[in-house]
Design a protein around this ligand. Structure first.
Ligand SMILES: *[C@@H]1O[C@H](CO)[C@@H](O)[C@H](O)[C@H]1NC(C)=O
Ligand SMILES: *[C@@H]1O[C@H](CO)[C@@H](O)[C@H](O)[C@H]1NC(C)=O
Ligand SMILES: *[C@@H]1O[C@H](CO)[C@@H](O)[C@H](O)[C@H]1NC(C)=O
Ligand SMILES: *[C@@H]1O[C@H](CO)[C@@H](O)[C@H](O)[C@H]1NC(C)=O
Ligand SMILES: *[C@@H]1O[C@H](CO)[C@@H](O)[C@H](O)[C@H]1NC(C)=O
Ligand SMILES: *[C@@H]1O[C@H](CO)[C@@H](O)[C@H](O)[C@H]1NC(C)=O
Ligand SMILES: [Fe+2]
Ligand SMILES: [Fe+2]
Length: 677
């Protein structure tokens, strides 16, 4: 039965600034910035490491100690260190370094190389130890067909001048197999001098004809190495073999541990524009302990080399803390997410998920569930539904009181862009979330920011969930202001909508304790409408049998970003109606308060779940057994750990969820590396 909370008790949010009802009805500025080339990103990275190093003293010293202070145990001056480590040099054969959580006590390091001979080896060291260790992993590549189904957007990004990954001549060359094949070949295709390559491409549904070997992209070598036996809230340094650089990260706190407020960075819909870079820099500045990307990462859109540019751009952020991500449509519609799966391995096996698009992860007071949302079946009994239910049942609210679910397409969105797209998912799963007292849902997809009040079934409800859309990471499509019929926000603003704005920036959730967490969203980039584009006669694409997207018009850049406007200066860009005290500080700051007494399902605990492990600090990985590192097993510490593990397994009678291993023993988790199945 449902426990419906009276609406007059709705003031569960304690609002720390008066920004709360600061609602945006109209917008001054949308965006735009086109995707950057590899060399442009290199230049940005170089300039950035110099700048960030110099300005990074703004936060408290305690915060600065996190993550990247030590190089093989030797303290160095922070700014110099950061500058050196984040200086991306093209000569470094190791690129796109990033780190994600694996199983308990495990970090999964990935990096890409063009050089086949480089080993998948990492030397790593805890800041608490004088010894370094070495871990061996494996290397993989993937191949994917080049498909440009978003061709309209690629050829004419709304945020900039035409910037396709290939210009017309290059695309023509790629398609024109008559230049190297004899006419009798079934792969022979002839394009005349005046041929429109896009029209040609439309005939094969925007994938280059599979008969053309040039239709395929093969990734660089992707190295994946799992570090084991890591502690929580601990600094590590590491160096992939063959790299001239060292990297540093801090593990997030163990589940249940709450020594200091935990910081969760949340963003989505990022892309590789100047705006993306600005948002990334701001996110770094916020120093999250854990980073979550809620889909639509690179906007490679079928031109997979953009994944490499994205990886280069994001390296400072994603190599210096654990990163988790769910898929968005820009991942899924490109060959079912093959790029994402290989480049961003998530701890799905370790969390008992049936496939790479779902995971559960717990850290500090947070229990985080990642789902494919609308990009997989959502009905009751579907894999997604069942996984979510299983994980929600497992939550121990005393250990991890804050339950957060992330998926790309929102349920609560009052923008006309993508309005109602998540409806089926919502009908299928909202009650499940409500029954289990989910505290927060993070989404992307709509290229704007919107926060709801706690809500259930479209009514404010103190026991409902706070839904936050952060689809404003900076991608080239521009802000959600030009889409929809009519474009922009719906009026009146729904009663559940607390704050909405279509500019760019990252968000940060700071969890203080089991009842209080602060959410803040920072505006970073203001974009401007390009008035000139209205004067231009728009040309319609008229390909035969064209997809709906081809019916769009072809304007000049509709929006632009001047590269400065935003918090650091430049023209004012506060959203109309935003009455925040300091509009550039943080546009939306709110204290979220859990009250399990008023909402009993937020303290719900499945009978039979383990007592809290917080006191021992022992990491407990959902229904899986804790595991130990082979490397550390020789040490006394590991021996003690093993004893604890065995005692624990014995006490719980743990059943390992891996179907291939013995059901009666605690077992090592499967390796995270993707095996191509
Ligand atoms: C809360 O949990 C109980 C089981 O403990 C369940 O019967 C009830 O339907 C749940 N939902 C609400 C809204 O209370
Ligand atoms: C990105 O910013 C750089 C300067 O930081 C500028 O030179 C470049 O033109 C910008 N690119 C785009 C596409 O706006
Ligand atoms: C395609 O290749 C053929 C053979 O080399 C050449 O004659 C033709 O001009 C090419 N088409 C274009 C548009 O370049
Ligand atoms: C949601 O509200 C609508 C009416 O607004 C109602 O018809 C529907 O049954 C409600 N759904 C649930 C799950 O409570
Ligand atoms: C939880 O944190 C909030 C915000 O820092 C604080 O006001 C409150 O007293 C804390 N509650 C407990 C039980 O520590
Ligand atoms: C747009 O096209 C129309 C007719 O097709 C023409 O009359 C008009 O002058 C054009 N406007 C511009 C700005 O070129
Ligand atoms: Fe998006
Ligand atoms: Fe999306």
């Amino acid at each position: 039965m449902q426990r419906l909370c009276p609406r007059w008790t709705v003031l569960v949010l304690v609002l720390s600034v008066e920004a709360v009802e600061a609602v945006t009805q109209t917008f001054h500025r949308p965006p735009v910035s086109s995707p950057l080339s590899r060399s442009e990103v290199l230049a940005l990275r170089t300039a950035f490491s110099a700048k960030f190093g110099a300005s990074s003293g703004s936060r408290e010293p305690t915060d600065l100690s996190s993550g990247r202070r030590l190089l093989h145990g030797l303290p160095m001056r922070l700014t110099e260190q950061i500058r050196r480590d984040w200086q991306l040099v093209e000569s470094d054969k190791v690129q796109q370094v990033k780190v994600s959580p694996g199983g308990p006590g495990e970090a999964v390091i990935t990096w890409l190389t063009q050089d086949r001979r480089l080993p998948s080896l990492v030397e790593y060291q805890s800041a608490r130890s004088v010894f370094s260790r070495t871990a061996q992993g494996e290397v993989n590549v993937y191949t994917t067909q080049i498909c440009l189904p978003n061709s309209q957007v690629m050829a004419d990004p709304l945020l900039g001048p035409p910037n396709i990954p290939l210009n017309y001549d290059e695309l023509t060359k790629l398609l024109n197999t008559s230049s190297f094949l004899p006419p009798e070949s079934d792969s022979w295709r002839f394009l005349g001098p005046n041929a429109d390559p896009w029209e040609f491409l439309a005939k094969t549904n925007f994938c280059i004809d599979y008969k053309n070997p040039n239709a395929y992209y093969t990734s660089p070598y992707i190295h994946t190495v799992t570090l084991r036996g890591l502690g929580g809230s601990t600094d590590y340094s590491f160096r992939p073999a063959g790299s001239s650089r060292s990297f540093h990260f801090k593990t997030p706190p163990n589940a249940g541990a709450n020594a200091a407020p935990m910081r969760l960075g949340v963003w989505a819909d990022i892309g590789i524009t100047n705006v993306s870079f600005g948002v990334m820099s701001k996110m770094l500045d916020l120093e999250p302990d854990l980073l979550v990307t809620v889909g639509d990462l690179s906007y490679a859109d079928g031109w997979a080399e953009r994944w490499d540019i994205f990886g280069m751009m994001m390296e400072p952020l994603m190599s210096s803390r654990y990163h988790l991500a769910v898929v968005g449509n820009h991942e899924i519609i490109q060959n079912n997410g093959v790029d994402f799966i290989h480049r961003y391995p998530m701890p799905f096996r370790q969390s008992g998920a049936p496939g790479p698009y779902m995971f559960a992860y717990e850290s500090g007071l947070l229990y985080l569930i990642g789902l494919p949302g609308s990009y997989a079946p959502t009905a009751k009994g579907s894999l997604q539904w069942s996984f979510a239910e299983e994980k929600l049942m497992e939550v121990d609210r005393e250990r991890t009181p804050w339950v957060v679910v992330v998926f790309h397409t929102p349920w609560y969105n009052s923008n006309n862009a993508h309005f109602g797209e998540g409806m089926k998912h919502q009908w299928d799963m909202e009650e499940l979330f409500y029954q289990h007292g989910v505290d927060l849902v993070f989404n992307g997809h709509v290229h704007s920011y919107e926060r709801s009040f706690p809500v259930y079934n479209h009514s404010r409800n103190e026991c409902g969930t706070t839904h936050i859309v952060v689809g404003d990471g900076g991608n080239y499509e521009g802000p959600a202001i030009y889409e929809g019929h009519p474009p922009g926000w719906r009026t009146p603003q729904p009663s559940w909508s607390a704050f909405r704005e279509a500019s760019y920036g990252p968000g940060l959730l700071t969890v203080f304790n089991s009842t209080h967490a602060e959410w803040r969203w920072h505006r970073v980039a203001c974009v401007f409408e390009n008035k000139a584009h209205r004067a231009v006669n728009w040309t319609k694409f008229t390909y035969e049998g064209a997809r709906q997207s081809l019916g769009r018009t072809r304007p000049m850049s509709a929006f632009y970003w001047d590269g400065v406007s935003g918090p650091a200066g430049g023209p004012e860009c506060a959203t109309e109606g935003d009455n925040a005290e300091q509009a550039y500080e943080a546009s939306d700051v709110v204290m979220l308060v859990r009250d399990p007494q008023r909402c009993p399902n937020k303290s719900f605990r499945q009978p039979g779940t383990m007592a809290t492990a917080a006191s021992t600090g022992a990491p407990v990985w959902f229904t899986e057994a804790p595991v130990w590192s082979t490397a550390a097993a020789a040490s006394v510490v590991a021996a003690v750990g093993m004893a604890l593990v065995l005692a624990y397994c014995h006490a719980r009678g743990v059943i390992h969820r891996d179907r291939t291993s013995s059901p009666t023993m605690c077992s090592m988790p499967l390796r995270l590396t993707w095996e191509g199945d």
